[in-house]
Ligand binder design. Structure first.
Ligand code: B3K
Ligand code: ZN
Length: 869
């Protein structure tokens, strides 16, 4: 049977709701018994059948109002109960049995290591018992867990612990009650033996909240940063958004087997251990910041997601876009705002723009879904956050917060829609968002084209901006959007910032582009200006303006906005790559533009540029970043030219790079901005110096001297990218030291998978049998297979098709064991239209092979169908 799609337009409120659930769970890794008692209420007069979602368990019994009941039908997805003779309120009791240890899908109830945990979003609860498993059914949960005390000393669920006891047979039980109404996707259960880190937080109204972080035994020394992060997040949400935590306890459990980053279950977050565990020897600076941001993200969901949840899954961006925006703001307020912006824009421009250009293109509020798990995307999350950010830009902080308050007041305790959010923002601010709403329904990346003219005599400057959105796979017709364009003008000669004055006088720096073409006029412009456009990336669009190299370099030195500075250098790098790729294709010599090279030297010498920003500006875009400027990508050519650019900079700037390398040494490891920035700059320098005659010596000693994972890994990356003689020895040393630790080994696997060596595929294939590798662990799979397919484009897209064949083999296995992970991994293969005919044919062959599988999971089915269209 072919999987069926659901459409947003078909939403209907449920005929019945469940107000109260009591779960009695007899837990065992191999056979768990669940008795669920539901208080059901009929909402639609005369509704005769109640269809409850459920699959992948043994159904044992059904009772209605305490009496065995047989008037039902069961299929692969649901239990349909004839309730025509029942009153408007009745009680159902359902018994099921399941096997967590065999559940490799990591959805529902499953075993992770020696423990047992749940993952219910989006539709995992239905793998535990029959339920109206949809986010607009909000119930109160009480959960009693009984299990072996020796194996599972901790038994956790949502809310407050209300009772516990011991049984004569060595088992014990704990009962939990969650006072807040919630949808089934926020249910959680965890059982296991852990080390526990405890702390507390006093809320602004003076309530004490117990904070508990559960980690595998022996990992307590890696839990401290997560706890500090949690407290910072709780405090920030009170200060910036006025939102306070509501339960008396907040628990986080770190597990090793997890399909994504983390999950915001009410009062009991379950986390991928990757986003909890950190100590200097095992975690990089980047890991530390990611942990803080994911901890904050899940915490922020308590209001934007849990207290106010989504009416249906098409509204996912209501909670995800908004919560990503909130976690971005949190990081920006605590660390460097421009650095955070740059990081987010890099992700958007590569991965999200690529998604918009792919068969999976969808608006941030999708219209049609086959498998919901396929829509936890960069579009829904990151572009969703950009849409919230644009509202913030248009309203300003004060009105935005006023809108938030209205949104919370109106929707607390409810399942809401994106429209509810926009409408609250609109009414709180009195700003018309009618046209702006199109961002929710339109997919694709708008392209802005900018022309300008300057009249010296009248001192008038005109900017002509046009917008155009190409049709996408899901949507042919595109409308004009309301696009905020942040702008600054600088004098071409003086380098001075020019005030923006239109016919009404002084104006703000955000232009509202609403039409296909619009002209913006500025007066009293005393010299020819260079425009710094789309500062802070004020909208998720592509922009083209015909800068000369001289103008870009001029802006590089005079523009105030750090983001724009970085953006100018991206434009220069992109152009350098394009021109040399052209030369390379023509068989001509490659040449690095001398003026740009000089500008890079000036930048290296400039002591007024912040260290962190300098590191970001000197970082050469990755191959995947370069690739996004082309409709048809030449992965092999891009790799060659990028390599040329890298070596050109290394050779021409060796002395300067070495000087910066020496000047930015840090003392003993600390996670503070000053040191993080220094390490970043020093390690960027090392990545270039590895390609010079100093490479061997510097990289070896860098590895030897490193007292933290950031520097260790930087040395390893430099050694492998430059294929230094020391690389094998360093890789072996690292392996010997860390092979017992999967999380650390992930760095090593990813490094191996992204080696530039011609035989890298053979290396990867061999590593699939490495003792630290495990195909059932999503972190390992992403580190080795995911990194190869998405971060090593040259090897993955080898013209003999070997990369594709390898991925397909892995996907065939994952299709059975973990379709959700498989559907993530297939992404690089479905973007076939971005490659030449030869590659397309090979990619298509791989997809067709998968399509022919007997038991193709709906996750893969949805993507393959779209790709082969
Ligand atoms: N809400 C979860 C993601 C669930 C993914 C389900 N496939 C984590 C988050 O976004 O915070
Ligand atoms: Zn989220």
């Amino acid at each position: 049977m072919q999987p069926k799609a659901k459409f947003r337009k078909d939403y209907q409120a449920p005929d019945f709701t469940v107000n109260d659930i009591y779960l009695d769970i007899q837990l065992d890794a191999d056979r768990t018994f669940v008795t669920s008692t539901l208080k059901v209420e009929r909402k639609k007069v005369g509704a005769k059948t109640l269809r409850l979602d459920g699959h992948s368990f043994d159904f044992l019994a059904l009772k209605v109002n305490g009496v065995a009941y047989l008037q039902y039908q069961k299929d692969d997805e649901a239990l349909t109960i004839d309730v025509s003779d029942l009153a408007d309120q009745f009680e159902l009791q359902i018994e099921t049995a399941l096997n967590p240890s065999q559940n490799t899908s990591l959805q529902g109830l499953y075993q992770s290591g020696e423990g047992i945990c749940t993952q219910c979003e989006a539709e995992g609860f239905r793998q535990i018992t029959y339920m109206l498993d949809r986010p607009d059914v909000l119930a109160k949960y009480r959960t009693k867990i009984t299990a072996s005390k020796a194996k599972y000393p901790y038994l956790l669920s949502n809310g407050n612990r209300i009772a516990q006891g011991e049984l004569a047979d060595g088992r014990h039980w704990v009962e939990w009650e969650d006072p807040f109404f919630k949808p089934s996707y926020l249910f959680a259960l965890v059982a296991g033996d852990f080390d526990l880190l405890e702390d507390k937080f006093i809320t602004k109204s003076g309530r004490e909240v117990a904070l508990e972080i559960y980690v595998d035994r022996g990992n307590l020394d890696r839990a401290g940063w997560a706890m500090e992060s949690l407290k910072r997040a709780m405090k920030w949400d009170e200060e910036r958004f006025g939102l306070e935590y509501d339960l008396d306890i907040y628990m986080i459990v770190a597990v090793d087997f997890f399909n994504m980053g983390a999950m915001e279950n009410k009062g009991l977050n379950v986390f991928n251990s990757k986003f909890v565990l950190a100590k200097p020897e095992t975690a990089t600076d980047e890991d530390y910041l990611n942990i803080e941001s994911v901890i904050a993200h899940e915490y922020f969901h308590n209001w934007t997601g849990n207290r106010i949840t989504c009416r249906d899954w098409f509204q996912l961006s209501l909670k995800e876009g908004l919560t990503v925006f909130r976690d971005q703001e949190f990081t920006s307020d605590l660390w460097s705002r421009s650095a955070k912006r740059i990081e987010d824009v890099r992700l958007l421009r590569t991965v999200q723009f690529a998604e918009d250009a792919s068969p999976m293109a969808h608006p941030i509020r999708p219209e049609k879904v086959i498998e919901m798990n396929n829509f936890y995307t960069v579009t829904v999350y990151e572009k969703g956050a950009e849409v919230i950010r644009m509202i913030h830009t248009l309203l300003g902080e004060e009105l935005f917060q006023k809108g938030m308050q209205l949104y919370v007041a109106e929707n607390d305790g409810k399942a809401a829609t994106c429209e509810d959010f926009v409408s609250a923002m609109e009414r709180a601010s009195n700003i018309d968002l009618t046209q702006f709403r199109r961002w929710y329904s339109q997919s694709g990346t708008p392209e802005l084209t900018v022309r300008d003219e300057y009249d010296e005599n009248t001192q008038c400057y005109r900017l002509h901006i046009s917008q155009f959105t190409e049709p996408t796979a899901d949507q042919l017709e595109k409308l004009n959007l309301h696009i905020p364009v942040k702008l600054a003008l600088y004098g071409e000669t003086s380098g001075q910032k020019i005030p923006l004055i239109d016919e009404n006088g002084s104006v703000g720096d955000v232009l509202s582009l609403t039409q296909a073409q619009q002209t913006f006029e500025f007066y009293h412009v005393s010299e020819r200006p260079i425009p710094a456009l789309l500062a802070d990336f004020s909208a998720p669009v592509r922009l083209s303006y015909d800068y000369t190299i001289a103008q870009l370099i001029r802006l590089l030195t005079c523009v105030e906005n750090d983001f724009s500075r970085w953006d100018m250098i991206q434009t220069l790098f992109n152009r350098e790559l394009r021109e040399n790729l052209f030369n390379y294709h023509q068989g001509d010599l490659m040449q690095f533009n001398m003026d740009f090279l000089e500008a890079l030297k000036v930048l290296m010498d400039d002591e007024n540029v912040d260290t962190g920003l300098k590191a970001l500006m000197l970082t050469l875009p990755k191959e995947t970043e370069f690739a996004e400027q082309f409709k048809i990508i030449d992965p092999q050519g891009i790799a060659v030219v990028r390599q040329y650019l890298l070596e050109s900079i290394a050779t021409a700037c060796q002395d300067r790079l070495f000087r910066l390398y020496q000047e930015n040494r840090c003392g003993a490891y600390r996670v503070v901005a000053e040191d993080i920035d220094k390490r970043a700059l020093r390690n960027v320098c090392l990545s270039y110096l590895a390609f010079t005659d100093q490479g061997e010596e510097l990289v070896s000693s860098h590895y030897e001297e490193a007292d933290n994972m950031t520097d260790t890994l930087a040395a390893l990356i430099a050694a492998t990218k430059a294929q230094l003689a020391c690389q094998e020895e360093l890789l072996a040393d690292f392996e010997a030291q860390w092979s017992h630790d999967g999380l650390v080994m992930d760095k090593w696997f990813a490094l191996q998978a992204t080696r530039p060596d011609d035989d890298v595929l053979a290396i990867v294939e061999k590593l699939m049998a490495h003792p630290s590798f495990n195909l059932n662990n999503p972190n390992r799979v992403r580190a080795l297979v995911g990194a190869f397919a998405s971060q090593n484009p040259k090897a993955f897209h080898a013209v003999d098709g070997s990369g594709y064949r390898f991925l397909v083999e892995v996907l065939i296995k994952l299709n059975e064991s973990n379709p959700q992970v498989a559907a993530r991994l297939i992404e690089p293969l479905i973007k076939l239209s971005r490659y030449d005919n030869q590659r397309q044919t090979l990619m298509r062959r791989g997809l067709e092979r998968l399509k022919g599988l007997d038991n193709l999971a709906r996750d893969l089915f949805e993507k393959i169908e779209k790709a082969l269209l």
